[in-house]
Design a protein around this ligand. Structure first.
Ligand code: AMP
Ligand code: TRP
Length: 330
């Protein structure tokens, strides 16, 4: 069975864009591949952060992923597998300064920090971030890495690092990981459907996957449908986004019937919004129930995830034993 690996940063909330764009796909891949999924807390240390909040958000993300259907035995917390950092150091010695300088995410995040404060502290950790990501991938000998297009450059770097390591040490040791770009919907902000749904835009701009029903209904009700720049004969991005959400929820009957209304010119936005909210509420309801169950057994679940991380760590340790041998450590 081929190995799949992917990771997510513990950002606090999981929004429906993350779910439809990534997590739902991760859940489905578990039927076909040997999957390993990480909550990458080391990565979240590369931008300014609060230690207590990092720990809280790491567990929060673990519980969210479990509620969505990620299997416990496939899930680990990166900070519980310190071999990632050791491999990162070793790989950083076969990565050039120049190739890290070309990473667009590094440039964007640096700019983000400097927009807030022109003398902002930009850490070496942020610079080395893609090497840590390569370590995440190579340590488990991943064949496929499901990621969004924004991660394409990091994936390519991971392949280059693997290749350079193999070349430098004269051994075909690391396999070359391939990105897995599954067709997933891109969800837009309900408050500004010209932008991608994202936490960094602010609270109005994302729908938390674990929101109360009322809040979801309110957010959908106030979703922008016409942006004032309507193109004749084209569906506006806000309306398209609501249709996308209904489809992503798998509510094809509602989708087809509302689409027929749209085509005949009889679509009422209020009906579209109600159907969108209904579809989301129905999708999310079992996730919320599972989250409540997991939270009721919080300590036991945390112990299970420590255990699954320990089992996954053995694979990382095996890789490190071989790598240490290859690179000449005692
Ligand atoms: P982020 O924390 O924003 O990097 O997102 C984590 C994952 O969710 C990435 O794999 C993204 O591709 C995916 N994702 C984030 N926002 C959206 C969105 N608005 N629509 C679809 N997928 C998204
Ligand atoms: N950089 C990825 C993101 O921002 C998260 C990530 C870290 C990752 N390590 C990874 C993704 C390894 C895939 C594989 O979304």
């Amino acid at each position: 069975m081929k190995n799949v690996l992917s990771c997510i940063q513990p950002t606090g909330d999981l929004h429906i864009g993350n779910y439809f764009g990534a997590v739902q796909n991760w859940v489905n891949l578990q039927d076909t591949y040997k999957c390993t999924y990480g909550v990458v807390d080391y990565h979240s240390m590369t931008m300014p952060y609060d230690p207590a909040l990092l720990r809280e958000n790491t567990w929060k993300m673990v519980f969210y992923l479990l509620s969505c259907g990620i299997k416990r035995e496939n899930l680990f917390i990166q900070g519980l597998v310190p071999e990632h950092v050791e491999l990162c150091w070793i790989l950083s010695c076969v990565t050039s300064y120049g190739e890290l300088q070309r990473m667009t995410q590094f440039k964007e995040k640096t700019q983000q920090l400097q927009e807030k404060d022109k003398d902002a502290f930009v850490s070496a950790g942020l610079f080395a971030y893609p090497v840590l990501q390569a370590a995440d991938i190579l340590i488990y000998r991943a064949d496929y890495v499901p990621v969004g297009k924004d991660q394409e450059q990091h994936l390519e770097l991971s392949r280059n690092i693997a290749q350079r390591f193999n070349h430098q040490f004269g051994k075909e040791y690391f396999i070359h990981p391939e990105p897995l770009f599954t067709e997933t919907p891109k969800i837009l902000s309900p408050a500004d459907p010209n932008k991608k749904m994202s936490k960094s835009l602010g609270e109005k701009h994302y729908i938390n996957l674990f929101s109360e029903e009322d809040r979801i209904r309110k957010q959908i009700k106030s979703a922008v449908t016409d942006t004032g720049e309507a193109v004749e004969g084209e569906m506006s991005p806000g309306v398209k986004n609501l249709f996308e959400i209904i489809r992503a929820c798998g509510n094809m009957a509602a989708y087809d019937s509302l689409m027929a209304d749209y085509t005949s010119g009889a679509l009422r936005y209020s009906a579209l919004k109600e159907a969108t909210a209904d579809a989301l509420v129905a999708l999310i309801h079992p996730f919320r129930e599972r989250l409540n169950e997991l939270n009721a057994n919080k300590t036991a679940i945390q112990a299970e995830i420590r255990e699954s991380s320990a089992v996954i760590r053995q694979r990382a340790q095996e890789t490190l034993r071989e790598v240490r041998e290859i690179v000449g450590l005692c």
